[in-house]
Every structure is written in structure tokens, then in C-alpha cells.
Design a protein around this ligand. Structure first.
Ligand code: HEC
Length: 130
């Protein structure tokens, strides 16, 4: 019984959230316009492209998968805090500390360049937008 009412509560609240939260809408708009193209180019070949099993359990093809994050590095996005967002943290390592194990894209991958300073700044601004 408790489980059932919790479940219905969840359904109702997530519906309200999806329906008319302007912040959610703005996040999705920026994701589609500015963020997804970057991830499509630099990350998805290892993180979920064509339904392939994503490396580290991190699926970068949908906002939902990105928010959730992978197996070991915590949430992909903690809104308001880029340091607690593995998406940003590991991309930043990728650009600044290439020898770190978790630098993304990995150093040994010769097909992808690290994100540029401009791309990182956009990612951070998106995660931390008020
Ligand atoms: C050449 C393949 C490749 C590319 C390209 C790549 N990654 Fe990864 N990624 C991996 C592998 C392999 C792992 C698992 C590493 C491990 O667990 O040691 C991983 C793990 C991760 C994780 C952590 C998952 C966890 O355990 O929580 C995140 C987050 C991540 N990658 C983000 C990115 C982002 C963002 C990009 C693009 C900027 C990217 N990756 C590009 C191969 C790749």
C-alpha cells in the first residue's frame, strides 16, 4: 500500500515537472542546440552510439542517460554544481590532465580531440545556469 501511494506520488510529481517547469524547458533547449552536438562529435562513439553498450555504463545519447551518469563516477549532472557532474569533471580532465585515467576522451583514443576551452565553458554554464 505504501509502495503504491509512493508510486502514484512519483507519477504525479514527475508529470507536473515535465509539463510546465520553465527551467527544464530551457535546459532541454540548450542541450539540443549547444551541448548535444559536442557530445555527438566527441563522446557518443564510445557512449551509446547505435545502441552499442556504453563504456562505463555512461550513455551520452540522451539527456536522461547523461544526468544519470555511469557506474563509478557518480551522477553525470548535478544541476548547479559542475564539480559534482562527471560529464563536466571528466571532460575537464580530458582537456587539462590528459594522463589521468578518467580523462575523457581517453588519451589513447586518437580519433577524438579533448573539448576546447569554449566548449567546456558552455558545458559549465549550462550545468550551473540559475
Ligand atoms: C574512445 C572511447 C571513449 C570516448 C571517445 C569517450 N569515452 Fe568516456 N569512457 C570510456 C571508457 C572506456 C570508460 C570507462 C573507463 C573506466 O571505467 O576506467 C569511460 C567512462 C566515462 C565516464 C564515467 C562512467 C562512470 O563510471 O561513472 C564518463 C562520465 C565519461 N566516460 C564521459 C565521457 C565524455 C563526456 C566524453 C566526451 C568528451 C567521453 N567520455 C568520450 C571511453 C570513451
Amino acid at each position: 500500500m505504501l509502495r503504491l501511494s509512493l508510486l502514484s506520488l512519483l507519477c504525479v510529481s514527475s508529470f507536473a515537472f515535465a509539463a510546465d517547469d520553465p527551467k527544464t524547458a530551457a535546459r532541454l533547449a540548450t542541450f539540443t542546440k549547444d551541448i548535444k552536438p559536442v557530445l555527438d562529435k566527441s563522446c557518443v562513439s564510445c557512449h551509446g552510439k547505435d545502441g552499442k553498450k556504453p563504456k562505463g555504463g555512461f550513455n551520452a545519447t540522451t539527456l536522461e542517460g547523461i544526468e544519470k551518469g555511469g557506474k563509478e563516477e557518480g551522477k553525470g549532472i548535478t544541476w548547479g554544481d559542475s564539480e559534482k557532474s562527471s560529464l563536466y569533471r571528466l571532460s575537464y580532465l580530458g582537456a587539462t590532465a590528459r594522463n589521468e585515467d578518467m580523462a575523457m576522451p581517453p588519451k589513447k583514443d586518437k580519433n577524438h580531440e579533448p573539448l576546447t576551452a569554449d566548449q567546456l565553458a558552455k558545458l559549465k554554464a549550462w550545468i550551473e545556469a540559475k
